[in-house]
Design a protein around this ligand. Structure first.
Ligand SMILES: [Zn+2]
Length: 418
């Protein structure tokens, strides 16, 4: 079997699939808007949304095509092996040279399309707040972080394989597991590299949020406001922290655009995830994913013939990492997401139901509508794309479910309607 031919065929098939999905998505921009979300955009805004989405999707197709061509050329010309030959034959130096070439091409590619997306498209529609200075700093930070992470994993893979041989899969799975735990543990520190956090001021919002969480058995460690408005006008909120002690992070854009009750509704929803152990279940799933990646890494380094097909003299651990990462991102993750996105949509309905039972149904609807409006959401997405890839039900589906839930709740407590 020629591994290079196999890789090029797989690459082409995934490209065709992505193109098919993008074209389906483009068609869906003309879908009629469901009645329960028809008040989100007025005529002008909706026209602007369509123009914005069409432009976004155009650039997405261009970027997908360029990425396909670039990868295809790099692979068919054995560019990685050619670049590695410029350096000495030490195993680690060889691996590092492949990582270096990959980080450079990815960095340039990411900077070009990142620039088009943030500074041209988002700018044109008034979402971008990134200055050119922040943009360049972000790109440099991204390249440095990805170089450090990729080098770390590559050296780990090399050391483990040379030391453990066939027990590699198990050891690599364990190491990846530790790594993922470490990343989620260090996430608050990483986000500090990119954003500033300030404590939420005392007042109605703070009191209401604390009351809601403590009532449900959580303790609030800190409530912080993140300066998301430095980059974008889009808004969000999330929990961090292990167990029942939580740090709450609110985007400053959310605080300035929502009422305290709407923000509480969003957190009643987040609590719903906690009560159903959704995060834990997701973690278990991501460990299964890690096991599959480790197995994939095991087979990738087991066959030196793979590397010969791509022009190397021996196993190159940097190239092995690229292969594993590409197989993960292009094949394993999309297949996994068929299952996980379906599960996640069910979890979202359950979390919404929690907000309804806390008495925040109405506020959740208005909060979701505001979020959809600010994030310029697609109100009538393609049904197949929703089924295959959406982690959340569409806004219209969620509102239908929340309203049905509110009816049941009000039937349960006849006095509360009076
Ligand atoms: Zn959710």
């Amino acid at each position: 079997m020629n591994f290079k031919l196999l890789a090029l065929i797989l690459l082409t098939l995934t490209f065709i699939y992505k193109l098919f999905m993008s074209l389906r998505e483009r068609k869906s921009f003309a879908n009629p808007i469901p009645a329960n979300v028809s008040d989100i955009y007025d005529e002008t805004t909706y026209a602007k949304w369509r123009a914005y989405s069409a432009e976004k999707s155009k650039w997405e197709i261009v970027s997908t095509a360029c990425s396909y061509i670039l990868t295809f050329v790099l692979l068919i010309t054995n560019a990685y092996a050619g670049f590695a030959r410029l350096f000495n034959s030490d195993v680690y130096v060889q691996a590092l040279s492949v990582v270096l070439l990959s980080v450079i091409t990815d960095g340039v590619f990411g900077a070009v399309f990142g620039y088009i997306d943030a500074m041209i498209v988002e700018q044109k529609y008034g979402f971008n707040r990134t200055t050119i200075k922040t943009f360049i700093a972000d790109q440099i930070k991204n390249v440095i972080i990805s170089f450090i992470i990729m080098t770390g994993i590559t050296f780990l893979l090399a050391a483990l394989h040379m030391w453990l041989k066939d027990y590699l899969a198990l050891a690599f799975a364990l190491a990846m597991f530790v790594f993922v735990m470490l990343v989620s543990f260090l996430f608050p520190f990483f986000s500090k590299i990119f954003n500033k956090f300030t404590p939420l001021e005392d007042g109605e919002l703070k009191d209401k949020l604390c009351a809601l969480l403590t009532k449900n058995g959580y303790s609030v460690r800190k409530i912080q406001v993140m300066d998301a408005s430095r980059r974008s006008s889009k808004s969000n909120a999330y929990f961090t922290g292990f167990g029942k002690t939580k740090t709450i992070v609110l985007y400053d854009t959310l605080v300035s655009s929502s009422t305290p009750d709407e923000i509480c509704a969003v957190f009643a929803h987040e609590m719903g995830h906690g009560l159903h152990r959704d995060t834990l279940k997701n973690q278990i799933l991501s460990f299964i994913n890690i096991a599959v990646i480790a197995l994939c890494a095991f087979f990738t380094v087991k066959y030196p013939a793979i590397y010969v097909d791509f022009g190397f003299d021996a196993v190159n651990y940097g190239f092995a990492l690229l292969l594993v990462a590409t197989i993960e991102m292009e094949i394993i993750a999309p297949l996994f997401s068929l299952f996980t996105s379906w599960r996640s949509r069910k979890a979202e309905y359950r979390a919404d139901a929690r907000a309804v039972s806390e008495g925040y149904g109405k506020e959740l609807i208005s909060a979701l509508k505001k979020l959809a409006k600010e994030n310029f959401a697609h109100l009538a997405p393609d049904e197949l794309i929703v089924k295959l890839t959406y982690s959340h039900p569409t806004l219209s589906q969620r509102i239908t479910a929340i309203e049905a839930g509110m009816k049941v709740e009000s039937g349960r407590e006849p006095d509360s309607e009076a």
